[in-house]
Write a protein that binds this ligand. Structure first.
Ligand code: ADP
Ligand code: MG
Length: 450
């Protein structure tokens, strides 16, 4: 048996022994790097895999390998970076974990790992989150997740909470830093009236008698100096008793300039992970997942999905919002099939002008290439064959005539051409329209199709 075969058998077997989430996160992207007489080296994607597998799955891996080969192996893990010599170690802390009984946690149950789409832009954050969820308090403390808005921080935090809630009896609390601030201010308000004992107790009970604190949007704490001190004590209290803390923010710990230094330092004790905007492939996947969950995959055309994915590039919230709008529009107008025209109409105010414009360029390129039986890639290519250059010039002319795009931007949409090329094309086509009536009619036909 070669190593690839053994690994495939191993994957099959381990798949039936762990949850799908565990399999996807920790095993799917690994491979057998080296198999010797009595040692095995497994190649894993990131350092975090190495640590997690070592601490949690070594016995199971061993058991399965022994089962397949009848040999006992010494198992170790290696990352690609280590093979190439670029070791990128993450800072980490390890601690033990106590257990409590389940309690109200403020968790939104629909935000789970199962419906969180993973791609290159959030892979690291997702893996770190799963690792925390499987082993709260033991792996990385605190876990600090940061990104600009709408990229899944809140979703991931709830997913961590929901996973822990389902698999243990730990006490979890999800709050935004705003809630923390107002709970704290409440104590002080009552303090002035002289009867604050209840609220102090409430505060301490709420924030200290827990195993997992998920605190969202910590950047709002910057405004509240007094509360920062209280948060500092809460953090220390939890941290010192090995409780898991997960923090999210719209910027990195270093960029939380208004936060006390001692807090910022503590935030970087554990692991900081960044989420980036999703790429096109991932945007498509998120849309499809959402469409499927609403059981409407049969009535949404593929080009609608592409249209939304093309026009909502910055974040997932906007992407979801666009889809919701299109579906609402189709429902109101009783459309049995959602096609591109419905999407364009439904989103005309929602999308910024620039992105609508970008899409019209794509539409023009599509219609022109269909008409002349060439591909849109041909239009953007450097090819100089007459059967391609002429449609390309026509498409550029139509972009200039029908959209608000400038010559340089049109050039950009056509494979990065210089603006003088676009000017030349437009002049040439205009002249042709004046001189040739049948050509003029053809252009009018194409415009109708757009
Ligand atoms: P943030 O807290 O970073 O502003 P959210 O967690 O509120 O972002 O995400 C905004 C919306 O996008 C939510 O509805 C969330 O479910 C969805 N979302 C974000 N990332 C993903 C993802 N990777 N897969 C599926 N849905 C996502
Ligand atoms: Mg959020």
């Amino acid at each position: 048996m070669d190593t690839k075969n053994i690994w495939n058998i191993f994957l099959d077997k381990i798949k039936s022994r762990v949850s799908p989430l565990t399999f996807e996160t920790w095993f799917k992207d690994s491979s057998l790097f080296e198999l010797k007489e009595n040692s095995i080296v497994i190649l894993v994607p990131m350092h975090i895999h190495k640590k997690h597998l070592n601490e949690n799955y070594k016995d199971l891996i061993n058991e399965i390998f022994t089962d397949i080969t009848n040999t006992y192996f010494e198992i170790s893990f290696i990352t690609n970076d280590e093979i190439t010599g670029e070791t990128a170690k993450v800072e980490e802390k390890e601690i033990g974990v106590p257990s409590f009984s389940p309690e109200k946690a403020n968790l939104i149950s629909k935000y789970t790992f199962e419906n969180f789409v993973v791609g290159d832009s959030n892979k690291f954050a997702h893996t770190a989150a799963v690792s925390i969820a499987e082993n709260p308090g033991k792996m990385y403390n605190p876990l600090f997740i940061y990104s600009s808005s709408g990229l899944g921080k809140t979703h991931l935090m709830h997913a961590i909470g929901n996973h822990i809630l389902k698999n243990s009896n730990k006490k979890i609390l999800y709050v935004t830093s705003d809630t923390f601030i107002s709970d704290f201010l409440n104590i002080n308000k009552k303090d002035q009236n002289g009867s604050n004992f209840d609220s102090v107790d409430f505060f301490k009970e709420k924030y200290r008698n827990i195993d997992v604190l998920l605190i969202d949007d910590i950047q709002f704490l910057s405004r509240a100096t007094q509360t920062q001190q209280e948060f500092f004590h809460t953090f220390n209290n939890l941290y010192d008793s090995n409780k898991q803390i997960v923090i999210s923010s719209d910027r990195s710990p270093d960029d939380l300039k208004l936060l006390e230094d001692r807090l910022r330092t503590r935030f970087s004790w554990g692991l900081s992970v960044n989420i980036y905007p999703p790429d096109y492939k991932m945007r498509i996947e998120i849309l499809k997942k959402k469409i499927k969950s609403q059981k409407i995959e049969n009535i949404v055309n593929e080009d609608v999905i592409e249209y939304i994915a093309n026009n909502c590039e910055s974040d997932v919230r906007q992407l979801e919002g666009a889809l919701t709008r299109v579906i609402a529009y189709a429902t109101i107008y009783n459309c049995s099939n959602i096609d591109i025209n419905i999407a364009i109409e439904a989103l005309k105010d929602y999308l910024s002008k620039a992105s609508v414009s970008k899409n019209s360029v794509q539409k023009i390129q599509q219609v022109v290439s269909d008409y002349f039986k060439v591909t849109t890639d041909d239009l953007k290519s450097k090819k100089r064959l007459a059967n391609i250059t002429h449609p390309r010039q026509i498409a550029m002319y139509l972009c200039r005539k029908l959209t608000d795009e400038s010559f340089p931007r049109i050039g950009m949409y056509f494979g990065g051409r210089d603006h003088s090329t676009v000017v030349h094309s437009c002049n040439k086509i205009e002249k042709e329209i004046k001189l040739n009536n049948s050509f003029k009619e053809m252009i009018e036909t194409i415009i109708k199709k757009i």
